[in-house]
Design a protein around this ligand. Structure first.
Ligand code: AMP
Length: 191
């Protein structure tokens, strides 16, 4: 069983790697951003509540986000492991997650930080925004999300470093190099 967390700015490639790992292991890929976008598409009450935050690139209030994850982690399909992607995104969420995982007796096995400079992150996101036409990826929103990442999300990396479960992946390198790094680190984490 492996419980993995991916942290990284937009454009770091963490989402792709997180999905791939979950598929390879047959465990759920739990991404709060995907859940919020699905709720908006389905026009649910949650979708209606979170849409303004996604549109502006701000964080959805912790109350909603933590509630969503608490419910999701209680589903039976997480018993064999899970991949968390995009949660936690601030210290309050990280502490809430610690508590939830302690309660269900399933600590994180490893945390991957996909480290990427602002320069690379911006270049990749702006390129992708033009290609995909993602509505939240306008230049202004991209910069705002990156600022929030540096201010609120990056500090949680130290929390996991102190816990001794952090592995830093240098995400500016080629996909093949990132793949190899990740595979090596995973082997060590489950050994
Ligand atoms: P993502 O696809 O992970 O980049 O998330 C898209 C958007 O969903 C973010 O810009 C936030 O508005 C919201 N979001 C996703 N995950 C979280 C989270 N853990 N806490 C607060 N807001 C989130």
């Amino acid at each position: 069983m492996i419980n993995v967390l991916f942290i990284g700015p937009q454009g770091s490639g963490k989402g792709t790697q997180a999905k791939r790992l979950a598929a390879a292991r047959g465990i759920p890929h739990i991404a709060t951003g995907d859940s919020f976008r699905a709720a908006i598409a389905d026009q649910t009450e949650l979708g209606r509540q979170v849409q303004p935050y996604l549109d502006s690139g701000s964080l959805v209030p912790d109350e909603l986000t933590i509630g969503l994850i608490r419910e999701r982690l209680q589903q039976p399909d997480t018993a064999g492991g899970f991949v968390l992607d995009g949660f936690p995104r601030n210290m309050a969420q990280a502490h809430a997650l610690d508590e939830m995982l302690a309660q269900i007796g399933r600590p994180l096995s490893v945390v991957f930080e996909f480290a990427l400079s602002d320069e690379f992150a911006l270049e990749r996101c702006l390129g992708r925004a033009i290609e995909e036409g993602r509505p939240d990826d306008t230049a202004q929103v991209i910069v705002k999300r990156l600022t929030i990442y540096r201010e609120q999300t990056e500090p949680i990396v130290g929390h996991y470093r102190a816990a001794g479960i952090l592995v830093v992946i240098r995400a500016e390198r080629s996909i093949d190099e990132v793949d190899a790094d990740l595979a090596g680190a995973l082997q060590q984490a489950v050994a």
